[in-house]
Write a protein that binds this ligand. Structure first.
Ligand code: PLP
Length: 368
């Protein structure tokens, strides 16, 4: 038996004709960029996220960057962010001119440790950028409270958490703004590249909409110096089709996790992710911790099980950030975690037989 880490084919076959008929229409009308499908998807996505505005952009990294620019980040502004995330989060901070300030993660949820944020706040702090990693939201209430006390904005990186919930609120609706990625492998993935910024602020939404299109509101009238980060119609049409199925697909992911938990919860040597009270994760990834991780991962792969490491090197120890001068041990929870984390196969269409195959192999390996 083979269990791939991710299988996009099953999902795309089921909606192929629906997407192709829309694409045919776009092709005939040759309206490829910034048209009716983009506007329709923006309305639908905002509604799904329980937020007033969604602005579709070129990809998730650009969604982060444009949101940061729209929030008014200027050189020297410090932005608090966890070191356990995909590098796009911190690239966007640098691109917007901000200064990265890492705060370690919580050992159970792997998201930013809210008890360590306050000690990182300085007079130069401008905002907090929590990442809803693997599909579970960060602990937003304490984050919003700290932000309120210190007059900071909060930008959610919701790239892995489409429609995840926290105490009844949707990811992307809680901060000052939020960024989403629709990279194909994400819970809501385009058939190419796309992203979006969500916000309840009409002013921020307007700014992002202008920034994505060379700072113009009217053609060739440039109120700002902006970027080219538009979403194309083919992607928007595909995303509208897929958004309708997303609640069901997220539910299927939760069922997969339920089975994983049944099988793995009492296994010595396996640590399962902790879910916050009131959180409803969407399990973009299912990441566990095991001792002797590298050997276990290799043996799983030899048995046909696709696995991943998200992420194998803490950001503060990456070559890209050597200049920041962080030594080993600077963020010990993240560093220890990078040695133990193991992402198991996870996609909505996985069946129980596949999950049991993964679990049987894993249980045998951690016992030997
Ligand atoms: C995927 C991802 C991004 C970047 O999105 P792209 O669409 O690939 O640019 C940013 N942050 C996180 C946490 C991600 O997982």
């Amino acid at each position: 038996m083979k269990v791939p880490f991710l299988d996009l084919r099953a999902q795309h076959q089921s909606i192929q004709s629906e997407i192709f008929s829309l694409w045919e229409k776009i092709y005939q009308e040759t309206a490829f960029v910034s048209g009716a499908f983009v506007r329709q998807f923006e309305r639908e996505f905002a509604k799904a996220c329980q937020v007033e505005h969604a602005v579709a952009v070129g990809n998730g990294t650009e969604a982060l960057r444009l949101a940061l620019v729209a929030l008014g980040v200027k050189p020297g502004d410090e932005i608090i962010v966890p070191p356990n995330t995909f590098i796009a989060t911190t690239e966007a901070i640098e691109q917007a001119g901000g200064k990265i300030v890492f705060v370690d993660i919580h050992p159970g949820t792997y998201n930013i440790d809210v008890n360590r944020i306050e000690e990182a706040v300085t007079p130069k702090t401008a905002g907090i950028l929590p990442v809803h990693l693997y599909g579970q939201t960060a602990d937003m209430d304490p984050i919003l409270e700290i932000a309120e006390q210190h007059g900071l904005w909060v930008l959610e990186d919701a790239s892995q958490a489409h429609l995840a919930e926290y105490k009844g609120r949707k990811a992307g609706s809680m901060g000052t703004a939020a960024a989403f990625s629709f990279y194909p492998g994400k819970n809501l993935g385009a058939c190419g590249e796309a992203g979006a910024v969500t916000t309840n602020s009409p002013k921020l939404a307007q700014r992002v909409a202008m920034l994505r299109n060379h700072g113009q509101r009217e053609k060739y009238i440039h109120e700002l110096s902006g970027y080219n980060s538009r979403c194309d119609e083919l992607q928007a049409a595909a995303l509208s089709v897929k958004l309708k199925h997303l609640p069901k697909w997220n539910e299927m992911r939760r069922r997969c996790v339920q089975r994983y938990r049944q099988r793995l919860q009492n296994i010595n040597g396996v640590k399962l992710p902790h879910v916050l009270d009131g959180a409803l994760p969407v399990w973009h990834l299912f990441v566990i911790q095991v001792a002797n991780r590298d050997a276990v991962a290799q043996s799983l792969q030899e048995r046909g099980v696709g696995v991943g490491f998200h992420y194998p090197v803490a950001l503060h120890l990456q070559g890209a950030y050597r200049w920041m001068g962080h030594d080993k041990g600077a963020f010990p929870v993240t560093e220890e975690y990078t040695q133990k984390l193991l992402s198991l196969p996870m996609f909505p269409e996985m069946d129980e037989e596949q999950i049991d195959y993964v679990c049987d192999a894993l249980i045998e390996l951690v016992r030997s």
